[in-house]
Ligand binder design. Structure first.
Ligand code: HEC
Length: 184
């Protein structure tokens, strides 16, 4: 029995040591343009979901979906989030797809989690992804305004849509002409 336990311990040490060696020698490619294996993908997703599930606080959204709050949320989104999560005129950018995991583009793929889950993710970010923690930059009321905006992203009133500019793309600027050299 004692030998069996020692054998198990030895096997475990070899496995852990081997795993560490593989990582330390750089055999696992951690570039953002490489797709991870099914196992890494599964474990990472499970861990992120479970961590969120354990920590999320259930409470009522204190921000009503009035035009004023939605406009405020849209402005905050435009300033802080749209560069990654997209705008109506560019709802699916190659920039967003260059991340691993890719950035969800909210105007083509609206957030499908609860408001409390969105609030937690925005406050704390997601480690090992491009999603930053915003609790040092945005106040709780501001984060609730963004959460409310995200919940209504598929049916924004016109006042809120106008935060993102006119519906039709603006015509390209006049081509730059070379300044004529001044005669001496
Ligand atoms: C630098 C790029 C970047 C910026 C800026 C950014 N995010 Fe993210 N965000 C990400 C990435 C990448 C993910 C995917 C994380 C994952 O897959 O676990 C993400 C995930 C999320 C999610 C979870 C969505 C889901 O359904 O899984 C929410 C909600 C979110 N971001 C909101 C915001 C808000 C609100 C802001 C602005 C205050 C913001 N993000 C700014 C990159 C960014």
């Amino acid at each position: 029995m004692r030998n069996f336990a020692l054998g198990m311990l030895f096997a475990l040490a070899v496995l852990l040591g081997g795993g560490y060696w593989v990582l330390k020698r750089g055999y696992v490619n951690l570039s953002a343009d490489q797709k991870p294996g099914a196992m890494e993908d599964h474990f990472a997703m499970t861990a992120v979901d479970a961590s969120l599930e354990r920590r999320v606080i259930q409470r009522a959204n204190p921000v009503a979906a009035t035009d004023d709050n939605l406009v405020a949320g849209a402005r905050l989104y435009l300033d802080h989030c749209a560069g990654c999560h997209g705008v109506p005129l560019n709802p699916d950018s190659s920039f967003a797809r260059s991340f691993y995991p890719p950035v969800p583009e909210f105007f083509s793929d609206p957030p499908d989690m609860s408001e409390n889950q969105n609030f937690y993710i925005i406050q704390h970010g997601v480690r090992w992804t491009g999603m930053p923690a915003w609790n040092g930059t945005l106040t709780e009321p501001q984060i609730w305004q963004i959460v409310t905006f995200l919940s209504h992203i598929q049916k924004l009133p016109p006042a809120v849509q106008s935060v993102f500019g006119p519906e039709t793309p603006t015509p390209p600027a006049m081509p730059m002409t070379m300044p004529m050299p001044m005669p001496h």
